[in-house]
Every structure is written in C-alpha cells, then in structure tokens.
Design a protein around this ligand. Structure first.
Ligand code: HEM
Length: 144
C-alpha cells in the first residue's frame, strides 16, 4: 500500500475515533444533559465523520486500488496527492478550531476559519478531479 494511502487511512481512523467520541457524548447528553455545551461541537462531529473519515478513507483506498497510469505503477503526481491529504485534514482542523473558538466565546474568528475550511474542501475537490480523471479513464471495460 503506498505511503499516501497509509497516512490518509490512519488520519481517517483518528477522525473516526474523535468524531464517534463526540457523537457518543452528544447521544449521552440527549438522555442526561450533563454538558449542554457539547452541542456546540456538533459541526465538528459532522466535519470529522463526513470529511475526515468517510471522504478521506475513500480517497486513501481509491489512490491505492485504481488503475496505474503506466506499467511501472505510476499513480500520478505525488505532490498533488499529498496536497489532497493536507487539504482534507487542514480543512477539518480549521472547522474544528472554529467550533472550539466559538465555544470559548470568540465572535470574529469562527466565520473566516469555516470559510477557509470550505475553500480547502473546494481545492481538494478540484485536485481529486485532476488526479483521478486520468486513472478512471484508464479503466477499460470488457467489450461485449
Ligand atoms: C460515519 C459516521 C457518522 C456520520 C457521517 C455522522 C454524521 C452526522 C450528521 C450529518 C449529523 C447531523 C444530523 C442532523 O442535523 O440532522 C449527526 C448528528 C448526530 N450524530 Fe452523527 N454521524 C456519524 C456517526 C455517529 C455515531 C457513531 C454517533 C454516536 C455514537 C453519532 C451521534 C450523533 C448525534 C447524537 C447527533 C445529533 C442528532 C440530533 O440532532 O438530535 N453519530 N451526525
């Protein structure tokens, strides 16, 4: 398994562990409201589990298994792929930071941080299209 996939899948597992922990605390707070402030971490739960876990796991596995671009096993530009991993984890970190700052009472910072997180996700989407398109185009379907 290439290093980029190993790092992406390990990072995805960290997001899964943290995201599910917040989810469990949210669920427990529904039964017994011991810490109502936990609800301000719901966006962090969503960013971690939708982007940090689900999207990043899909990227890590797709990077590993999709057809190579050459017989030597070329998977395309490693720089672009590392930028995708950095953009995914950077975006989630910015969104979680925005949540924590909002929890600590900050007014000015959370908005721009969330915007920066979505700019990261937009950049990642374009980079994924640029990286995966030639590899998907390399898939040859059996002729009927
Ligand atoms: C990949 C797994 C998961 C994803 C993608 C996910 C995503 C989400 C999303 C998008 C929401 C907002 C739903 C809404 O506003 O209607 C949500 C809410 C919530 N999630 Fe998760 N979640 C996941 C796993 C979990 C787990 C494992 C737990 C508990 C252990 C959990 C506990 C909660 C709770 C308590 C809420 C709040 C529901 C409410 O508003 O009443 N989630 N989650």
């Amino acid at each position: 398994m290439p290093a980029i996939s190993r790092y992406a899948i390990r990072a995805a597992l960290v997001h899964l562990a943290l995201g599910v922990t917040i989810g469990a605390l949210l669920l427990a707070n529904k039964a017994l409201p011991f810490a109502p402030w936990i609800w301000s971490l719901l966006p962090a739960h969503i960013h971690m589990l939708l982007i940090g876990w689900t999207v990043q796991l899909a990227f890590g596995v797709a990077f590993w298994i999709l057809p190579r671009l050459s017989a030597e096993g070329d998977r395309g530009s490693p720089v672009l792929s590392w930028l995708i991993v950095a953009g995914l984890n950077g975006g989630v970190t910015l969104a979680v930071l925005a949540d924590l700052l909002r929890l600590l009472g900050s007014i000015a910072l959370p908005g721009p941080l969330e915007l920066a997180a979505f700019v990261c996700y937009g950049g990642v989407s374009l980079a994924c299209a640029r990286h995966f398109w030639p590899r998907l185009a390399a898939i040859t379907l059996p002729s009927s």
